[in-house]
Design a protein around this ligand. Structure first.
Ligand SMILES: [Zn+2]
Length: 310
């Protein structure tokens, strides 16, 4: 990408050779950057889980971890096979052709970076609400929720079809928004890190949790979303910034039964062979009914006999 290939001279202002060099380096080394950050953060949170676990796990860890991490390997292969250029490739094409809001209306690079990361996070939040609301999408997303325990590997456990859908939504967002290659990689690394952190079976001092969750989604905040109770499942959709749930009224402070007493998972799918083994997890979207977690399938109690329906 060269400066004169840009459609507007104004865009040349922030395209210094060092910036271009950095963009190119990040784009070329994106798989290595992602893998190194995944391994580093995984090791940190795994160690934290061993030293200060929040809850006792209910099913053996070995088979669960093998299945959850098996799904991570499968998803990585599927994504690299289907979309070899990945999200950074789409961001590079958008920058070269001048597509997307931030390419049409260039801002100061630091401001553009903050806006891009926040906007991508909002899209992820909306997407998360969507996969809870649309019954067919809930079928895919319930693979993530059917985990019988809650730890850092839960954060990486998604059905391949949901991962592909997620990538297509990300591509569309990048084409509309026009974030830089660096912003996309920063967002992906941060989302990966916060997802492992907030799914961590880790204990944080209560005061620190209360302070931190004004900005970030903490493990205690996101654990509420993995409760078996449907009203708790349909709250705290954020993966990164806690702002969206507070702003849109889906924030819930704590689970009713407390973090020790609450049950993790979903009703109707609690057989470990179905929800904790790779073949069962891959088949889960196609088995059984949608269940009442999907918002428009929720069952409401019958009105009081002889009374007005509420
Ligand atoms: Zn969810």
């Amino acid at each position: 990408m060269t400066c004169h290939s840009k459609p507007h001279p104004a865009q040349c202002a922030d395209s210094q050779p060092e910036t271009l060099h950095l963009e190119q380096f990040v784009q070329t080394h994106e798989p290595a950057i992602r893998l190194a950050s995944f391994i580093g953060i995984f090791a940190l949170v795994a160690l934290w889980e061993l030293m200060a676990p929040r809850r006792a796990l209910t099913v053996p860890k070995t088979a669960r971890w093998a299945s959850n991490l098996g799904l991570v390997v499968l998803n990585t292969l599927v994504l690299r096979l289907l979309f070899p250029a990945a999200a950074v490739g789409v961001a590079a094409v958008a920058a070269e052709r001048g597509w997307g809001l931030l390419n049409i209306y260039p801002l100061h690079p630091a401001l553009a970076l903050v806006l891009a990361v926040a906007a991508l996070d909002l899209v992820i939040w909306v997407q998360h609400v969507l996969v809870h609301a649309v019954p067919a999408l809930w079928r895919l997303h319930r693979v993530h929720h059917a985990d019988l325990d809650y730890d850092l590997t839960t954060g990486a456990r998604f059905h391949p079809l949901e991962i592909v859908l997620s990538m297509l939504i990300k591509f569309a967002t990048i084409l509309v928004l026009g974030p830089s290659v660096v912003a996309v990689v920063i967002f992906e690394v941060v989302l990966n890190a916060t997802s492992m952190f907030n799914h961590g079976n880790v204990r944080l001092p209560i005061a620190l949790d209360r302070w931190l969750r004004w900005v970030l989604v903490t493990p205690d905040m996101h654990r509420v979303h993995h409760s078996i109770e449907d009203d708790e499942t349909n709250s705290n959709f954020g993966f990164n910034l806690s702002l969206w749930d507070r702003l849109f009224g889906t924030y819930r402070n704590q689970p009713r039964a407390g973090h020790q007493g609450m049950t993790i998972g979903i009703r109707d799918h609690r057989d470990p062979r179905e929800v904790d083994r790779l073949p069962g997890m891959l088949a889960l979207p196609f088995r059984g009914a949608v269940t009442g977690y999907a918002i428009n399938r929720r069952q409401w109690p019958d009105p009081m006999p002889g009374g007005e329906s509420q």
